[in-house]
Design a protein around this ligand. Structure first.
Ligand code: PLP
Length: 451
């Protein structure tokens, strides 16, 4: 493999057994030298290069990517304009350390974020390097702004694996097992989709389930374990990501905003996975006119470069020098990638996410009518979850989901599970309807071969 770019493809091309011989060598070396804590899926992709929606592995196999490096490569792999922006910035200044020095990039991106985030302007931005760090910032800021230290989060949420955000994360027991007592005082509430309302069974429809979760917070938590005046923040994903691509109902989000206003609690919205055009609007909050106090953003904002930001109402971010900072956070190369990414998103990719997302969802709904084993097809824009169940029941079919995931990979389609029994579709936002036709045809074949 000599060139760095790939020839344009129309369909996946699988030429070797998977993984191929070169891939297997890398997997062996990884098994010897790399931490085994990474939760790798059942299929093994050993990537060499990627372009647009295509990935080439080390053995020359070509895959259609409908995962985007776990919802990160929003503008597609190695978008030429993002690459040029990174190269230009890398030649001018790679690092300076915004904690101690000034450079134009940080205020430039912070000002742009002030324009586009769902948090009401004026805002301020803190720069970090990942999603979990953006969440850590939000937690510290909520504690600073309220002088309180309890948090409310939701079951099946994922907010990261560092100790503060881990106290919120609750999508799998493996994430916490062995780490004993959590760093923060967090109480979890069922997310609306799985809420069994103990107060009024008749309320358990879509809107009712949202009301059920709110009732749980107000009537149970606030009256027993968790006085509202001690709660610093409620942390929520508008569309649960790792929990299985589950959008929240509007009345639930409106209710959270009301509860926070009523009790001086910070509403922290984690848009790490759902933000930056993924849902067909710039932020998932925008679908519901939700106005958080603090928003966490990472993944798609840098098209693959590590950047995480926490944006808050300006009057909350009045902490003193030294309260929170990061050596690499706000790195100029990452910001150059983020500014170009936002330009591309505003220039058409958010619209494409909405249009192609609608098309993908309608094609997946056709498969739902064809196969009894597909339960829910849900989501917004290009953030779509397909749930696998036993027959027409609601009983989750995690093994079938895993088999479908591997069968897709064997046919050259990269998709990834989320939650117990869901396959997530989180492709690059440049995906075309032609790509969708190829991907859904493979998905169809993979399901037929797996049931
Ligand atoms: N928050 C959400 C909603 C996420 O989906 C993730 C990662 O999947 C994180 C936070 C943590 O991000 P990172 O892996 O960059 O630390």
């Amino acid at each position: 493999m000599s060139s760095t770019t790939m020839a344009p493809a129309k369909r996946p091309e699988i030429k070797t057994a998977l993984p191929g011989p070169k891939g297997q060598e890398i997997i062996n070396a990884d098994a010897q030298f790399v931490t085994p804590s990474y939760p790798r899926p059942s299929f093994k992709l050993v990537a060499e290069r990627a372009q647009g929606v295509w990935i080439e592995d080390v053995d020359g196999n070509i895959f259609l990517d409908c995962n985007a490096g776990v919802a990160v490569c929003s503008t597609g792999h190695c978008h030429p304009e993002v690459v040029a922006a990174i190269q230009k910035q890398a030649a001018e200044m790679i690092h300076m350390c915004g904690t101690d020095y000034y450079y134009r990039h940080m205020p430039q991106l912070a000002q742009k974020l002030d324009e586009i985030v769902p948090v009401p302007s004026p805002t301020r931005t803190h720069f970090a390097n990942s999603g979990t760090e953006a969440v850590e910032t939000a937690l510290k800021l909520a504690m600073h702004a309220t002088g309180r230290e309890k948090f409310i989060a939701f079951f099946n949420s994922f907010h990261g694996r560092t100790l503060g955000s881990l106290s919120l994360t609750s999508s799998r027991v493996a994430q916490r097992k062995g780490f004993k007592r959590q760093a923060l005082d967090v109480v979890h509430v069922p997310y609306p989709n799985e809420f069994r309302n103990p107060f009024n069974d008749a309320d358990c429809g879509e809107g009712g389930a949202g009301q059920g979760a709110l009732t749980w917070i107000e009537e149970r938590l606030f009256k027993t374990t968790t006085p509202p005046e001690e709660v610093a923040g409620i942390v929520v994903e508008v569309v649960q990501g790792e929990g299985g691509y589950v959008p929240a109902p509007r009345n639930f989000l409106e209710g959270l905003r009301r509860i926070c206003d009523q009790h001086g609690i910070m509403l922290i919205v984690d848009e790490v996975q759902s933000g930056m055009g993924r849902t067909g609007k710039m932020f998932a909050s925008d679908h519901f006119d939700l106005k958080p106090d603090i928003v966490c953003i990472a993944k798609g904002i840098g098209s693959g470069l590590p950047i995480g930001v926490c944006v808050a109402r300006a009057n909350l971010m009045d902490w003193k020098p030294g309260a929170h900072a990061s050596t690499f956070g706000g790195n100029p190369v990452c910001i150059a990638a983020a500014l170009k990414t936002i330009e591309l998103l505003e220039g058409g990719l958010v619209r494409n996410s909405a249009e192609v997302g609608d098309y993908l969802k309608s094609e997946l709904e056709k498969l739902q009518r064809k196969y009894d084993c597909i339960g829910d097809v849900r989501g917004l824009g290009l953030m779509i979850g397909v749930e696998f169940v036993e027959g027409r029941s609601n009983k989750p079919a995690p093994d079938l989901r895993d088999r479908v995931e591997v069968a897709c990979f064997d046919r050259g389609l990269v998709i990834l599970g989320a939650g117990t029994n869901t396959i997530r579709w989180s492709p690059p936002l440049i995906l075309t309807k032609e790509n969708v036709d190829v991907a859904v045809e493979i998905f169809d074949q993979a399901i037929a071969a797996s049931i």
